[in-house]
Write a protein that binds this ligand. Structure first.
Ligand SMILES: [Zn+2]
Length: 371
């Protein structure tokens, strides 16, 4: 799919007389495609597999160009062709006729291979018509099933939800739910840290370094998989249960953090928000992002009064006007929900109230500063 989309993009550019589409551009288009309902599922596939597909295409093009310009000797090489599902490199496909089976114990029975243990990323909604087993450069095997489904819009609901994405908890919802990254993800992250430390200690060029490098690459892949799995389940649950979902624009979070932490968290958040976005479109829900000056943590969500900046360690506070006692994060999520509601009303042409702005420096200084 990725290979063919990328090839189609390059051919279209060629036919329109436009310059060759670069690898970077293809990668950017892939990222954009993950936000559309048709290709949103790509966000749930290991990025390694997707990048591999793009790399395969580039290799094919390089061989073709080298052949055309005479840099490459031997028989002429044809330009890359669209791949059928059957001829995917490093992949085997089993159709229903080949009698593969998903066993009751969760194993996958493959003809001529036997019973294989599977770490399921999700339950199969119905009987799969085929399975493709792909191996990636880290030596991991992925089984991808073809299942007939027609998701379509979910039945409507009145429920709405505001989400505060944070560092302490991954997400806090306006109803008070606090979602922490699951234990297996935290454990995988710890292992990754250790693996990277080991790698940095080994002498360059040594055998041990090579071993440590492989270990670190595996740990990386496991963290990426676990995180994606966590995002997938959480985004599905939230979109299923709510008609309208509001999140803060991620630019708000990007301030006053170290570069490393920022890149790690921002990547995680934006992957999660992309999943919310495409699932919202897929299931007929509404996702609203609120602007970067939303005073989400300082206003009282009960009376709208100004609570003022508070130091980071203050996790609960009482509103000076109405004396409601607030949990910091839940109050923020409630304000996000309220801002989202207002934005949706505005979009529908309702009465417009001017947006309330609070200096962003205040917010970061009080809340995000210590991260
Ligand atoms: Zn109040």
């Amino acid at each position: 799919m990725v290979f063919n989309d990328a090839l189609a993009a390059r051919r279209a550019a060629h036919e329109a007389g436009l310059p060759y589409v670069s690898d970077g551009e293809l990668s950017a288009r892939l990222t954009a495609a993950k936000k559309t309902p048709e290709r949103g599922w790509l966000g749930e596939v290991s990025a390694v597999v997707l990048q591999q597909a793009l790399a395969d295409l580039s290799t094919a093009y390089r061989a073709f160009f080298a052949s055309v310009t005479g840099k490459r000797k031997g028989p002429k090489i044809a330009p890359p062709r669209f791949r059928s599902r059957k001829d995917r490199r490093q992949a085997i496909r089993f159709t229903a006729n080949s009698r593969f089976r998903v066993l009751g114990n969760g194993r996958l029975r493959l003809p001529k291979i036997g019973d294989v243990a599977v770490r399921w990323s999700r339950e199969l909604p119905s009987r799969p018509s085929s399975v493709t087993v792909i191996s990636d450069p880290a030596g991991r095997l992925f089984a991808s099933f073809v299942v007939e489904t027609d998701p379509g819009p979910l039945p409507g609901t009145d429920a709405e939800c505001g989400i505060d994405l944070g560092l302490g908890h991954f997400a806090v919802l306006d109803d008070g739910t606090k979602v922490t990254a699951p234990r297996f993800l935290r454990r995988a992250e710890k292992k990754l840290k250790r693996a990277q430390r080991d790698l940095s200690r080994e002498q360059k060029g040594s055998k041990n370094r090579e071993k440590a490098r492989v270990q670190a690459a595996r740990a990386h892949a496991r963290v990426a998989d676990a995180r994606r799995d966590f995002h997938r389940k959480l985004s599905t649950a939230i979109i299923r249960e709510n008609q309208a979902v509001t999140v803060e624009d991620l630019a708000v979070k990007g301030l006053a953090r170290t570069r490393l932490a920022k890149s790690v968290y921002d990547a995680g958040w934006s992957a999660f928000v992309s999943m919310l976005e495409y699932k919202a479109r897929l299931y007929g829900r509404e996702l609203t992002r609120i602007g970067r000056f939303g005073p989400t943590s300082q206003l009282c969500s009960a009376c709208g009064g100004e609570g003022g900046p508070k130091p980071l360690h203050v996790r609960a506070w009482a509103c000076p006007s109405c004396s409601t006692v607030h949990d910091w994060d839940v109050n923020a999520a409630r304000n996000i929900l309220a801002l989202g509601r207002r934005e949706r009303e505005n979009a529908r042409g309702g009465q417009v109230r001017p947006p309330v702005t609070v200096a962003s420096a205040c917010e970061t200084g009080s809340r995000r500063g210590a991260a």
